[in-house]
Design a protein around this ligand. Structure first.
Ligand code: PMP
Length: 428
């Protein structure tokens, strides 16, 4: 069985052969590898080829693949029956663990994906404020709800254009878009609609258009504008939650969101999302309040137990500072070696999130500061790394993740591969 044979069958069964677009390798070219199994920092495809994995399922696996402690808890959870559609103690345990450690989380509601978390949080924001508009930033991704699949349109500041077919025009009419890292431009859009903005939503560390770390004073500015105008600050921590640190990017930047959205790590690699925040906001949600939101598999016990086991394990290992230090060392090493042999290649980092890019400004904080050369260079880099046994995210604008399972020897091996791959991509 080859990857090619499987992909030919897959395109006859699913759109583009996949169940989520980036997996199809469209933006890097070639045939996707079909993963048969994974362990620690490595994935193995159906032909037996093994790769050091920096994609890590796009973020949930902070302990690495198939962590034995999480696996044992998952086995116990399956033995106990995997869904009840009734009250159970597992979501309560996860909720209490989080509420006890994150002061701006007084109540939490578990859902099944990041998309659902964001969609629901924004519904709460609209209900709480009685306003309709949502302001988002160019270059941030918040899942695939209708009103959020937009980019900046031409014409008036804040105007939007759809980034997907199939959206009703009036779904977009409630969304405003402002550029990242620009107080003046944000103020112009915000002030023009201030009394009708229910929420400003941002990825505090945008990581869906490459990695675009933001200035703390800029994030603080956004928070201040929201509180001044009675708009809610919604932090989308689907990637950064329990990744930037136990308290996510809000903790790292000392921000106090009204509402926060989680996904990925919170479910330990199972389909879990959550939205959370102050009690009086979350208590607007049914059955406590009038905002309807429900889910057949919400707070699925396998995901709840995997999530809690993951977070407890990270806490027991003092994992967040350890992983941050390991990522810092790896990035320092890569930067030194790229400086010597592939000098226009940059490595950006926030905690254990990394991005390797060709050219552009020393610090990219907005999509329009990314060099156009990167898009043409990355497919060459990706395949040069893949041939040498390193699996990177299969898109120039997706970030790399590090896990606790990426030990020193794995990272040393990976660094050699990445340097050789960058040299090859620069040559060809
Ligand atoms: N928000 C952010 C910041 C994300 O990165 C993602 C997914 N990568 C989502 C929302 C949507 O999450 P999901 O794919 O679980 O629906």
């Amino acid at each position: 069985m080859t990857n090619q044979e499987l992909f030919e069958r897959a395109v006859r069964t699913a759109p583009g052969g996949v169940h989520s677009p980036v997996r199809a390798f469209k933006s890097v070219g070639g045939t996707p590898v079909f993963i048969a199994s994974a362990q620690g920092p490595r994935i193995t495809d159906v032909t037996g080829a093994s790769y050091i994995d920096f994609c890590l399922s796009f973020g949930p696996l902070i302990l690495g693949h198939a962590d034995p402690i999480v696996a044992a808890e998952v086995h116990r959870a399956v033995d106990d029956g995997w869904t009840y559609g009734a009250c159970e103690p597992y979501s309560l345990a996860l909720a209490e663990w989080i509420i006890g450690r994150i002061p701006w989380v007084e109540r939490i509601r578990f859902v099944s994906s990041g998309t659902e978390a964001v969609m629901s949080a924004l519904r709460v924001a609209r209900a709480a404020t009685g306003r309709s508009r949502i302001l988002k930033f160019e270059g941030c991704y918040h899942g695939h709800a209708d009103g959020l699949l937009v980019r900046a349109g031409s014409g008036l500041a804040g105007a939007v254009a759809a980034t997907s077919a199939g959206l009703p025009g009036d779904a977009l009419s409630h969304t405003l878009v402002a550029p990242l890292d620009d107080e003046q431009a944000f103020d112009a859009v915000f002030n023009a609609h201030a009394t009708d903005i229910a929420a400003v939503i941002i990825e505090p560390v945008p990581a869906n258009y490459g990695l675009l770390p933001q200035r703390r004073e800029w994030l603080t500015h956004i928070a201040a504008k929201c509180s001044e105008a009675g708009a809610l600050l919604v932090l989308d921590e689907v990637i950064t939650g329990f990744r930037s640190g136990l308290q996510g990017a809000a903790g790292a930047f000392d921000l106090r969101p009204d509402l926060v959205c989680y996904g990925k790590i919170i479910g330990g690699g199972f389909p879990v999302g959550a939205y959370a925040g102050r009690a009086e906001l979350l208590d607007l949600v049914a059955p406590a309040g009038p905002v309807y939101q429900a889910g057949t598999l919400s707070a699925n016990p396998v995901g709840m137990r995997a999530g809690l086991a993951t977070l407890q394990r990270m806490a027991a290992l003092d994992g967040w500072p350890a992983l941050d230090a390991r990522a810092a060392g790896f990035v320092r090493h890569l930067r030194e070696r790229f400086a010597a042999s592939a000098p226009s290649v940059h490595v950006d980092r926030h905690s254990s999130i990394m991005w390797i890019r060709k050219g552009g400004q020393a610090k990219c904080r907005r999509p329009d500061t990314i060099a156009s050369a990167h898009g043409a260079w990355y497919p060459k880099f990706f395949h040069a790394a893949l041939r040498r046994g390193v699996y990177l995210p299969p898109s120039a604008y997706e970030v790399l993740f590090l896990s606790m399972a990426h030990d020193d020897s794995t990272l040393a091996e990976a660094a050699d591969v990445l340097v050789a791959a960058a040299e090859e991509a620069d040559r060809t």
